[in-house]
Ligand binder design. Sequence first.
Ligand code: BTN
Length: 259
Amino acid sequence: MFSKEELLNGLTTSVLGNKLFLFETIDSTNRCAKTLAEAGVEEGAIVLAESQSEGRGRLGRAWVSEAGKNLLFSCLLRPNIEKDQSGLLTFFAAAAVARALEQSTALRVECKWPNDLLLNGRKCCGILLEIAFRNRALDFAVLGIGVNVNQREFGTDLRRSATSLAREAGRAFDRKQLFQQIVKELDAMYSDVKQNQFSRIMMEWNSRCTMYGREVQVNRSGTIISGKAVGLHDDGGLVLQTATGPEIVYAGDVTVIAP
Ligand code: BTN
């Protein structure tokens, strides 16, 4: 089990990590961070747990993670950004975490729309953004980050699609160092977010996205949309070139079906 002191020791950030709430087991770090946000806790707070009993993923799915092997945490942010930019926070988190993972592992980290990070084509990190508005302005955002670090085995349903840093690099990683590296990168990029400067973030995300120019299928609540992924819309939607013209998708699961 981590201690607060070891996780924060030497961490010199300006916003992220100004408060740390640490749990051995919790239902969901996202849920806890939302409760803290509603109670008025200031931005920068991080909730980290060694295991979650009800870890949440996108599209109502569960996020399952072996206790004590990975990184499971949520960051509370209150950026003063436009409502229609709030979806871009996912790309901010993905770009910052990708940078940190690449620095720590020397492996190439790919971004998959909207919120997955991949190593050698398999998912090693998922990001869950949850947002609350007040009077049509953003009140707070919770960025939940799950990184598969030292877990080696995955259940049958995930065996083909999931991986971890340890599996891909062939060695174990120091989770404390990795946590600090991720928080450092998030903090550094957050200054762009606070100034409504998403262009550098989007450029970085785009440079890591390997879907462009490829035929994909997006499963949107059972409706399949097929087309070539050609880029991101300004608000973070994925632009597809379909047989009937361009289409922008905002939610769903993407499968790359052709190179
Ligand atoms: C996804 O890929 O579906 C998103 C997964 C996000 C998982 C993380 S783990 C820490 C935080 N707490 C949660 O309950 N979910 C996020």
